[in-house]
Design a protein around this ligand. Structure first.
Ligand code: BTN
Length: 265
């Protein structure tokens, strides 16, 4: 299955996202390239795609490693018009887009989609991570300069390639029982993301929040969260419109968490 700009374009029905595609066999990090292009004035919707990253980055300062030619690894340049207070919604929309595209693959196979989102934006299949998102923005005195949304989807990793991550990570091919067409999958994610992004640009945060909440598996669970300041444990009650995860700690105190990593307890 070809994975290049013309293959991606052949499935694309968007007006903004991915209208310009730059494809590299190997890069450091697609987020870094997208930021460089953004600073040079590249248009909104620019998509940087690669088959291999030598310095892929994850959330919370982690590395993101993927074997060549098996995953969707890309970054999108956006130039939002809404207030930077809603920046969080870019990752919400991206996780929802990947969630929907992934559900579509199961629906096509006639299967009930075992897909969910773990707060804040990891996409899971049967509780194991299949995709992650790294959003990086630059701001000036007047607000946004630009936002770069990078995402990695474990498309066609074998069990052996998942290796020691297997207890917590999975791939689409492992879960579906067949390889997926990365060009078609990426085009589908962009199409879902474009409609959500247009809603955000029109200030419609409430409906996007509602859809995110339905997809989230975290509220209702007992969880521990690794915050920058340490680990807290409690019952996940809800997510607020600003994206905060609200926990009832064992002490009875309610704690709003804005960033961290959720684990089951
Ligand atoms: C995470 O779950 O920690 C986020 C992972 C984000 C990985 C993607 S791969 C494409 C883009 N370029 C990067 O360096 N990181 C993101």
């Amino acid at each position: 299955m070809s994975y290049n700009p013309s293959a991606i374009r052949s499935h694309l029905d968007t007006l903004i996202l991915g209208r310009r595609i730059e494809f590299y066999p190997q890069v450091g990090s697609t987020n870094d390239l997208a930021k460089e292009e953004a600073r040079k004035g590249a248009p909104e919707g620019l998509l940087i795609v690669t088959d291999e990253q030598m310095a892929g980055r994850g959330r919370l300062g982690r590395v993101w490693v993927a074997p060549p030619g098996r995953c969707v690894l890309c970054s999108l340049l956006l130039r939002p018009r809404f207030g930077i207070g809603h920046a969080f919604y870019l990752t919400v929309a991206t996780s929802l887009a990947i969630y929907r595209a992934t559900r579509g693959l199961f629906e096509e196979a006639g299967e009930k989609p075992p897909v969910s989102i773990k707060w804040p934006n990891d996409v899971l299949i049967r509780g194991r991570k299949v995709a992650g998102i790294l959003s990086e923005s630059e701001y000036g005195a007047g607000g946004w300069e630009f936002a770069v949304i990078g995402f990695g989807i474990n498309a066609n990793l074998t069990a052996a390639q998942l290796g020691e991550l297997r207890p917590t990570a999975t791939s689409l091919s492992e879960e579906l029982g067949h390889e997926v067409d990365r060009a078609k999958l990426l085009a589908r994610v962009l199409s879902e993301l474009e409609s959500l992004y247009i809603s955000l640009q029109n200030g419609q945060f409430g409906p996007v929040h509602e859809q995110w909440v339905v997809a989230l598996e975290t509220p209702g669970r007992r969880v521990s969260v690794n915050e920058p300041s340490g680990t807290v444990t409690g019952q996940a009650l809800r997510v607020d419109p600003d994206g905060a995860l609200v926990l009832r700690l064992d002490s009875g105190e309610e704690r709003r968490i804005l960033a961290g990593d959720v684990g089951a307890v």
